[in-house]
Design a protein around this ligand. Structure first.
Ligand code: G4P
Length: 192
């Protein structure tokens, strides 16, 4: 998606070789007008799939997914990353490793909010190793719901997550796919 690629080139910063900082519009300060255009693009791509619910994960996925829910007129559920007094006992859960942070934690979604009648679109801000998406796919399976696919804002295509999920037969639609990046040479997007 040209608009997102242009925004990344204009405002994104590559740090430590493989981390793209997009704090000014995606995952700290947020640009709702850009999110709306992204949501319309996912709506176009997944048209006719019968999506009735969006699943994302806290924290940075929530803003994007919420605007997608507004555009696609469906509720948005977010997976919680820790068990608090607020976490319902009756939850679907999956284990997610974060390579970036070197942590392993369980994610939770209340059984009240996912059912076998649901057709789910998973939305997240980044796809790197794909662990967060794989955890959410696992939760969709546990719920017996149907997965329409995964919508990602920025896929770091030089990391394996996106292609592993595609190889598993899951439709992954990333609006910007970075082929390579470095602080010296900047950012290059995949051609497709
Ligand atoms: P994954 O998201 O594909 O599972 O990969 P990984 O375990 O490597 O990512 C861990 C966290 O780091 C995720 O955020 C992911 O969105 C974020 N991340 C990965 N690569 C980048 C990057 O290049 N730039 C930025 N800004 N973030 C990146 P999270 O754990 O879901 O945290 P949150 O920020 O949503 O709370």
């Amino acid at each position: 998606m040209k608009l997102l690629e242009e925004k990344i080139l204009q405002d994104g910063k590559v740090i430590n070789g493989d981390v793209l900082k997009v704090d000014s519009f995606l995952n700290h300060q947020m640009d709702p007008q850009l999110f709306e255009e992204m949501a319309k693009e996912w709506q176009r791509l997944f048209e006719g799939c019968g999506i009735n619910k969006i699943l994302t994960i806290e924290a940075s996925g929530i803003g994007i997914a919420c605007i997608a829910g507004l555009v696609m007129k469906c509720p948005v559920v977010f997976a919680k990353k820790s068990k608090t007094s607020n976490t319902p006992e009756d939850s679907f859960s999956a284990t997610v490793k974060s390579f970036t942070r070197g942590t392993v934690n369980d994610i939770y979604v209340s059984k009240k909010y996912l059912s076998p009648d649901d057709v789910i679109l998973i939305i997240d801000d980044f796809m790197a190793t794909g662990e967060a998406s794989k955890g959410m796919v696992q939760i969709v399976k546990l719920a017996g719901a149907r997965l329409a696919g995964i919508g990602i804002a920025v896929e770091k295509a030089f990391q394996p997550g996106g292609d592993e999920l595609r190889a598993a037969g899951i439709r992954v639609e990333s609006l910007a796919r970075i082929r390579e990046m470095s602080s010296e040479n900047g950012i290059e997007f995949c051609e497709d």
